[in-house]
Design a protein around this ligand. Sequence first.
Ligand SMILES: NC(=O)c1ccc[n+]([C@@H]2O[C@H](COP(=O)([O-])OP(=O)(O)OC[C@H]3O[C@@H](n4cnc5c(N)ncnc54)[C@H](O)[C@@H]3O)[C@@H](O)[C@H]2O)c1
Length: 265
Amino acid sequence: MNRMQHTVALITGAAGGMGRAHCRRLAEEGADIIALDIEAAAVELAETAREVESLGRYCVTGVADVRDQASLDVAVADGVAALGRLDVIVANAGIYTDLGLSWELSDQAWQRTIDINLTGMWHTVRAAVPALSDGGSVVIVSSTNGIVGAAAAAHYSASKHAVVGLARTLANELGPRGIRVNTVHPGSVATPMILNDAVYAKLCPDLPNPTQQDAADALARRTILPVAWVDPVDISNAVLFLASDESRYVTGIQLVVDAGLTQKV
Ligand SMILES: NC(=O)c1ccc[n+]([C@@H]2O[C@H](COP(=O)([O-])OP(=O)(O)OC[C@H]3O[C@@H](n4cnc5c(N)ncnc54)[C@H](O)[C@@H]3O)[C@@H](O)[C@H]2O)c1
């Protein structure tokens, strides 16, 4: 209950599936939360704040598109001013859209994914690291697609590999201040990002109108453990470990939570 007592955590993409779960899980352990997301997600972001506050913690929300450095700078500054400090950064916001073979991706699809999933992570740390307490923790959300490639997602996989380089560099830069920097690599997680028709079609190219169950069957064949996807809280527990002092000498690593997806032979 108290693993994050007296800390403040900043989370991007906080209105969505995993981002909201990270807010809730860290708040359960005593953290106050700065929860950021885009304008279009304002209603869901308010729900995240309500859930954090129902746990007895403070939650400051802010509108920030991670592509826009200025909006992030303002939202981070407002959050830190309101809550008085910053101990944890969870750079979580990301997209998985416009899937297609590498040589068929449009310039726009490529650029949008790189802008949000890679440059957005850099913008987030650029806005927040100057306010981060010594001894703090940075968690960057990558993917199993940041460990292995996946057909029809070159833009996504390139962005998720690239953030590992960002994290390893930051780990070296921030280590002298006792700040740790690590990446988390979820496999399939039950959030709107993968629970949609476009992803079902990618997973089941031979079926005309694949259902969620068809997609689950396809994904379950890829994992060692007998599950199609994990729950958001399973990733939040990994984030919590890396955010807390329990991982105080863990830095520069890639923590994979994927039910064995990347290890299956
Ligand atoms: N769901 C999965 O299976 C899965 C697997 C591996 C990695 N991931 C990664 O986990 C992270 C969270 O994914 P999720 O499944 O919760 O996705 P989601 O689509 O449920 O939520 C993503 C959140 O990011 C926000 N967002 C989108 N564009 C943004 C922008 N430009 N600026 C700020 N916020 C923006 C959305 O509004 C949303 O709240 C992402 O980085 C994703 O790539 C997801």
